[in-house]
Design a protein around this ligand. Structure first.
Ligand code: PBG
Length: 326
C-alpha cells in the first residue's frame, strides 16, 4: 500500500489560470462606498492628521472629488459634514443651507443619477456635547433625538440625497426617519442604518477628523457592546421591522462573525463599515515598511466580502479602485 495522499487540493492551485477558474469571492470597485468629508469654514483641503491620505474638503472641492471617485468606477459616496458652529440642539445639522445639504445639492446638480449620494445622519459633529443625541437632564434623550434625526433626514432629502444613513444608535431612529420622509413626500429616499454600530475604539481617528469626540462621558449608553452578538442581531432585526432598506455592521474586521450571521439570517442587503481605526492600523504599519499596504488592504476587503457584505464603506475605496484590474 502506498501512503500517498489521495486527496490533492493543490491540483486546483497549480497555475494562475486554474486559480482564477476556482476563485470563490470577487470584489470590485462596484462593491464600495467612498466616504467624503466636507467642512464649512475652510477654503482649502486639509489633510487629516490621524488618517493619512484622507482630506477634509471645502465645499468648492467636493464635486471634483466626486468626479474622481466616479471615474474610478465607485458607485456611491458617504458624506460627512463638519459645520462651523455647534449648539445644544444641533441646529446646523438640519439647516437647509447646512454644509452637507449644500454639498448634496451641488453633487446632485453635477451628477444627476450618475452616483449614489449617501449621507450620514447623526448629531455628534453638530452638538456642543459631541454626543449623537440631544441632552436632557444630563442624559442622551432618545425621543427628542429621533425627532431631530428625522428633521436632518428630511433636510438632506430636500437637497437631493438618495440614501440617508442614521448612525446615532437611538431606538426607533429608522421608523421616525421613514415616517418623516414619507410624510414629506420622499418615499423614494432609502435608509441604510448603522444597525449594529458597536461602541468601538476603532472610531478614534475619525473623531479627530470629524471633530465629534464626546465632551463628557462615552457612547456606552447607545452603541452596542462588542461582547454582545445576540444584542447586535436584535438591533439588525429591529431596524428591519422598522422598514430599513440596507443594514450595516460596524466596524467590519473585528465583527466578521456578525456580518456572516446577518447575511445568513436576513434577506436584506448587508453593508459593512470598515472604519477609521482599521484604516489607520494598515496605514501606520505600511508607513513603517512593516507590511505591504496593497496586499494587506486586499486581504482585509476580500475577507469582509467573503463574510457576506454586499457593500463596504471604506477609506481604501479610491486606492483599491485605482489599482483594480477587471
Ligand atoms: C458618528 C460617526 C462615527 C463614525 C461614523 N459616524 C464616530 C462615532 O460614533 O464615534 C465612525 C466612522 C469611522 O471611524 O470611520 N456617529
Amino acid at each position: 500500500m502506498t501512503s500517498f495522499p489521495t486527496r490533492r487540493l493543490r491540483r486546483l492551485r497549480n497555475t494562475e489560470k486554474m486559480r482564477e477558474l476556482v476563485q470563490e469571492t470577487y470584489l470590485s470597485p462596484k462593491d464600495l462606498i467612498c466616504p467624503v468629508f466636507v467642512q464649512e469654514d475652510i477654503e482649502t483641503k486639509k489633510q487629516a492628521e490621524s488618517m493619512p491620505a484622507i482630506e477634509r474638503l471645502p465645499l468648492s472641492d467636493v464635486t471634483n472629488e466626486v468626479q474622481e471617485i466616479s471615474d474610478l468606477g465607485i458607485p456611491a459616496i458617504m458624506l460627512f459634514g463638519i459645520p462651523k458652529s455647534k449648539d445644544d440642539e444641533g441646529n446646523s445639522a438640519f439647516a437647509d443651507d447646512g454644509i452637507v445639504q449644500k454639498a448634496i445639492s451641488d453633487i446632485r446638480k453635477s451628477f444627476d443619477d450618475k452616483i449614489v449620494i449617501m449621507s450620514d445622519v447623526c448629531l455628534c459633529q453638530y452638538t456642543s456635547s459631541g454626543h449623537c443625541g440631544i441632552i436632557k437632564d444630563k442624559k442622551i434623550h432618545n425621543d427628542s433625538s429621533i425627532a431631530t434625526l428625522a428633521k436632518i433626514a428630511v433636510s438632506q432629502a430636500k437637497a437631493g440625497v438618495d440614501v440617508v444613513s442614521p448612525s446615532a444608535m437611538m431606538d426607533g431612529q429608522v421608523v421616525a426617519i421613514r415616517q418623516s420622509l414619507d410624510d414629506a413626500g420622499f418615499t423614494d429616499v432609502a435608509i441604510m442604518s448603522h444597525s449594529a454600530k458597536h461602541r468601538s475604539h476603532f472610531y478614534s481617528p475619525f473623531r479627530d477628523v470629524a471633530h465629534c469626540a464626546p465632551q463628557f462621558g462615552d457612547r456606552k449608553s447607545y452603541q452596542v457592546p462588542y461582547t454582545n452578538p445576540r444584542e447586535a442581531l436584535r438591533e439588525v432585526e429591529t431596524d428591519i421591522n422598522e422598514g430599513v432598506d440596507i443594514v450595516m455592521i460596524k466596524p467590519a474586521l473585528s465583527y466578521l462573525d456578525l456580518i456572516a450571521e446577518t447575511k445568513k439570517r436576513f434577506n436584506v442587503p448587508v453593508s459593512a463599515y470598515s472604519v477609521s481605526g482599521e484604516y489607520a492600523l494598515v496605514k501606520a504599519a505600511a508607513n513603517q515598511g512593516w507590511v505591504d499596504e496593497k496586499d494587506m488592504t486586499n486581504e482585509i476587503l476580500y475577507s469582509i466580502k467573503r463574510a457576506g457584505a454586499d457593500m463596504i464603506v471604506t477609506y481604501f475605496a479610491k486606492s483599491f479602485a485605482s489599482s483594480f484590474q477587471g
